[in-house]
Design a protein around this ligand. Structure first.
Ligand code: FPP
Length: 233
């Protein structure tokens, strides 16, 4: 990545491929998720180290509750551990940790940790890490609409985003999906209207700084027109 290249403000990632990564090694799927957390650490350091302000990760979707119970329990416990173990480093590094999604399926203790993580990091100025847990784009839009209805408020494109769970975050400039599938799987449906999409065949635990570098280089060369005619015409 050259120093004069245009960087995005916000990268969002669908971290797919943990299960296949583990299966390829004849390991239970949970080993893939565990390795996936290591990739989160590497990618977050890399993103914030480059001066990119926002990284949003899809860790658990509203549909992931359909997975076998032991996998769901494993993911909940990885998430819980992540909050406990990584909080001091995020706090030191000045990274704000937000968690968005429904909190319906999680217990009070985990809910408390989520709140504490935000309270302890909210004054950070280096970066913003948002973990989407039990998150669904449709659920986000529907609950925002219901709130507007309750308040009797008529919204516009500039006021509606403040009702979404991503309120205060810029829209993602880039959405990356690893793991070879080319779909959005109910991620940031409203927010991604003008996001650049990158689909990688790499399984999430194998995702490297070099690949992120290639994505950033391609992004830097992209003429983003937002429906207009852009700079290159
Ligand atoms: C998709 O891979 C990945 C997930 C559903 C979970 C992503 C979760 C992590 C990286 C770890 C949890 C971390 C935190 C901080 C909560 P998959 O299981 O669908 O893989 P497959 O498509 O190969 O089966």
């Amino acid at each position: 990545m050259k120093s004069d290249e245009r960087l995005p403000d916000h990268i969002a990632v669908i971290m797919d491929g943990n299960g296949r990564w583990a299966r390829k090694r004849l390991l239970p799927r949970k080993f893939g998720h565990r390795e996936g957390v290591r990739t989160i650490d590497r990618v977050a350091d890399d993103v914030f180290g480059r001066g990119i302000g926002y990284l949003t990760l899809f860790a658990f979707s509203t549909e992931n509750w359909k997975r076998p119970e032991d996998e769901v329990t494993g993911l909940l416990s990885l998430f819980d551990n992540y909050l406990t173990k990584k909080l001091p480093k995020l706090e030191r590094d000045g990274v704000v940790l937000r968690v968005i999604g429904s909190e319906r399926g999680i217990n009070d203790e985990l809910r408390g940790k989520i709140a504490e993580a935000y309270e302890r990091t909210m004054r950070g100025t280096k970066g913003n890490l948002t973990i989407c847990f039990d998150y669904g784009g449709r659920a986000d839009i529907i609950s925002a609409v219901n709130r507007c209805v309750e308040l009797g408020e008529k919204v516009t494109e500039s006021t509606f985003p403040s009702f979404l769970q991503t309120a205060g975050l810029p829209d993602p400039d880039i959405i990356v999906r690893t793991g070879g599938e080319r779909r959005i799987s109910n991620f940031l449906l409203y927010q991604m209207a003008y996001s650049e999409l990158y689909f990688s065949d790499t399984l999430w635990p194998d995702f490297t700084a070099k690949e992120l570098d290639d994505i950033l280089e391609t992004y830097s060369r992209t003429d983003r027109r937002f429906g207009g005619i852009g700079e290159k015409r």
